[in-house]
Design a protein around this ligand. Structure first.
Ligand code: HEM
Length: 461
């Protein structure tokens, strides 16, 4: 079945398809191969053959939940030592997945989200306070660094009643350094032959063990503090610690709680930070888009000092800016799907039960058959309601698909739309002269070294 799938023409014995690749940017390498080889292709990395696909017809078929499911492989599997059977890294058959999913899902209901809104505003005020000071000092702002502070504080406070004090620090919080370390390590594991990993990565493996220990210590401290205090305000941590499954009465074990807290602290901020950073990049690059978005914010929010929960979803155009940024740079750029039974993908590619493939989202989102000849162009109008209705289903998948799709989608969209609205209203954003977009990878993607110069707009009356 594999033989009909193209691969790069020049293969190196033993090593595989490694010519001209950049070990630190496996996603962007795959995007290059995708452009050369078409909607489905394979890459050999040492002894292993991986199938990548992105053609919209193929991805649509892979989305059929009756024949396919999430596959825990490659980068995600490499995170098992950190996140174990937490929601993101759990195997489909692990009973803790359903248990945690059912216990935690109400934490993402509309009601729960409305409850987080005030805390999100408070964290955003820390960001604008910091940006006002940078502006006054005539300094450009560090976009990915500051978006990471913002999103980490937001998930920590709303989910766990915890304050990392990110904005009071010059350098990233040690939790963030440890997290970036483990994500980078998990990505690197894919680029060395498995049997040689202990040898080639001895130093990095030791640092990774230290990073994991740091993450565990942070989380254990946070959980211990909550147990001592006897409960918070019904946030995610309270659910993890105290809520029994509505039908079985089962609760999460202490070990599983630790994995869930790490999972949510990491999954709950890293990708949202990237999404906000790319959106700010595009806004600074496209003043006409920024002007339209700003006009919408002024119109919808008027001069209310603090927008209410319901006023965020009304920012339709700002939301399209975000969607369009996630189209070009989906910050969790790939996910894997496996066949639940022997089947034929899209009537063309036979797959055995358990066979799996990686969906390459940035390429799915640039498929010219769906998005047109100008698919590489940034244009939020692609997400106008009429245009969305006219597109086939399963062509825009930044939050994954099916039962294992992102549980935090609404959370991320609310937070990011709110913050973009606040920033657009307060500042004009100017790109640094000469900046060219460079994308760094650590399983997730992030615009590297993006800094913006700000100008203050008149405050709302
Ligand atoms: C799963 C993307 C924000 C928590 C996923 C998946 C994707 C994704 C693609 C599926 C992965 C797979 O199939 O292997 C994103 C993006 C985000 C975002 C692009 C921001 C723009 C969040 C937030 C949270 C979160 C804010 C938590 C507050 C999770 C969890 C899972 C998940 C727990 C695993 C769900 C399960 O398997 O049951 N996310 N996510 N994510 N995400 Fe997100």
């Amino acid at each position: 079945a594999l033989r009909r799938i193209p691969h790069p023409p020049r293969r190196v014995p033993l090593l595989g398809d490694v010519l001209g690749v950049d070990r630190h940017r496996p996603l962007q390498d795959s995007m290059r191969f995708a452009r050369e080889l078409g909607p489905v292709f394979r890459r050999r990395v040492f002894g292993n053959e991986f199938v990548f696909l992105w053609g919209s017809r193929l991805v649509a078929d892979l989305s059929d939940e009756s024949r396919f499911a999430k596959h825990v492989g490659l980068g995600v599997a490499n995170l098992r030592p950190v996140a174990g059977d937490g929601l993101f890294t759990a195997y489909n058959h692990e009973s803790n997945w359903q248990l945690a999913h059912d216990v935690l899902a109400p934490g993402f209901s509309r009601e729960a989200m409305a409850g987080y809104h005030g805390m999100m505003l408070a964290v955003a005020a820390r960001l604008t306070g910091h940006w006002d000071r940078e502006l006054a000092a005539g300094r450009p702002v560090d976009v990915p660094g500051d978006m990471t502070k913002l999103t980490l504080e937001t998930i920590a406070r709303t989910g766990f009643g915890h304050d990392f004090g990110s904005f009071e620090r010059d350098r990233p919080h040690p939790f963030v350094r440890a997290m970036v370390g483990t994500l980078t390590y998990a990505q690197r594991l894919n680029s060395v032959p498995v049997p040689l990993a202990p040898l080639l990565l001895r130093g990095p493996a030791r640092r990774n063990a230290a990073d994991i220990a740091h993450l565990n210590r942070t989380v254990d401290g946070l959980v211990a503090a909550r147990r001592r205090s006897g409960g918070g305000d019904g946030d995610l941590l309270d659910r993890m610690l105290a809520t029994a499954h509505p039908e079985t009465g089962e609760r999460l074990s202490a070990e599983n709680v630790r994995k869930q807290v790490i999972t949510f602290l990491v999954a709950g901020h890293e990708t949202t930070s990237g999404a906000l950073s790319f959106a700010l990049y595009y806004l600074a690059r496209h003043p006409e888009v920024a002007a339209r978005a700003r006009a919408e914010v002024d119109r919808v929010w008027g001069d209310t000092a603090e927008p209410g929960y319901d006023q965020v979803a009304k920012l339709r155009y700002v939301r399209r800016v975000l969607d369009e940024s996630l189209r070009l740079w989906p910050t969790a750029p790939a996910y894997a799907r496996e066949a639940k039974q022997d089947t034929v993908l899209a009537g063309e590619h036979p797959m055995r039960r358990g066979a799996w493939a990686l969906v390459l989202l940035p390429m799915l989102h640039r498929d010219r058959e769906v998005w047109g000849e100008d698919a590489e162009r940034f244009d939020p109008d692609r997400f106008e309601a009429g245009a969305v209705r006219a597109r086939p289903p399963h062509t825009f998948k930044p939050f994954g698909t099916g039962a294992r799709a992102c549980i935090g989608r609404q959370f991320a969209l609310h937070e990011a739309t709110l913050v973009l609205g606040l920033l657009l209203r307060r500042y004009d954003l100017r790109p640094e002269p000469g900046y060219r977009l460079r994308v760094t990878e650590r399983l997730t993607v992030m615009p590297e070294g993006l800094r913006l110069r700000l100008e203050r707009r008149p405050a709302p009356a």
